[in-house]
Design a protein around this ligand. Sequence first.
Ligand SMILES: Nc1ncnc2c1ncn2[C@@H]1O[C@H](COP(=O)(O)OP(=O)(O)OP(=O)(O)O)[C@@H](O)[C@H]1O
Ligand SMILES: [Mg+2]
Length: 346
Amino acid sequence: MTTEQIDGFLAAIPLPAVLVDQTERIIAANTEGATLLGQGILGRHFATILRQPSVATAIEACLRDKTPKTAKHLSNDGAQDTTFAVTLRYVPGIGAVGGGAVLACFDDITERQQAGQMRRDFVANVSHELRTPLTALIGFIETLRGPAREDAQARDRFLGIMEGEASRMNRLVGDLLSLNRVESEERVRPKEQVDLKGHLSSTLKTLSPVAEARGVEMELDAAEETVSITGDPDQLQQVFTNLVENAVKYGGDKVQVVLTYSERDPAVRAPAARVQVIDNGSGIDPVHLPRLTERFYRADSHRSREMGGTGLGLAIVKHIINRHRGRLRVESELGQGSVFTVILPV
Ligand SMILES: Nc1ncnc2c1ncn2[C@@H]1O[C@H](COP(=O)(O)OP(=O)(O)OP(=O)(O)O)[C@@H](O)[C@H]1O
Ligand SMILES: [Mg+2]
């Protein structure tokens, strides 16, 4: 095969690929390969380019026994770590004195690895979240069967706690299903018309007993007459309910909801509505902000659990807002309260 033919074959491989012959030099690379490993690698000894022992050893072995090999190559493009699965195959008859060469292809498996890790974390989290109330339930059942058998007062108290734990599990399962549904619909554009002002005032009405019980004052501030967007009414209700509920649960004694409209919102570069949920509570430490919308992430887990929270609320909120092609902004400072802003393109 001529050099042109070899280059032509390599160019047709949709992955970074390089060819190493029996002189242990890189004799060809496609564009993706040169981008990954650097320009000017042609003619260099492979070990000066592929220094990671796993890859270098595998290439040597493949050149020697001409059988397929695999290895892992780790790379960092300055921004993030990337993992490549390297497959090595022996190609006879090419390279120096026709002694054959090894074709190394680099397959980026970072996302697959992350997805696997996320799935494992998720299962671990769900199990943990369910086990805690279950352990409590089992403990109370034992107590009710044994020592508290004849104690009517204790029985009442324990049943109350058991009810609380069972409803926490129920909420958790409900939130998980909701998250699943929202995720599976994320690519389906909503198409109903939603009047945000009406929607917000009914959310506040629904939550007013909760707010009253905690002595929190709520206020809706909407200068625009009507702001109507294309959206999914139930899902938007879920977003506002969770944000206002969080502000009531974790905030101070005042929650303000502000609705504004702008012809050109800088965040989405289009006409958009903004809903801000502002509280005057103790705020959130900035270290938590980047991870706040992760499933089961809680800034103050003790307090959240005490309030019966599942830690899934903001994860659901984020997916719903994504589906509406909107943005979620969180600004908070310890001791200064928090502002959750939802930006929804109109
Ligand atoms: N307004 C707020 N002020 C302070 N902390 C907040 C506020 N909103 C959210 N948080 C923190 O963010 C965490 C995640 O919120 P999220 O709504 O996802 O979960 P949750 O409220 O604990 O549970 P759920 O919403 O499922 O009942 C909360 O546990 C809380 O620590
Ligand atoms: Mg919540």
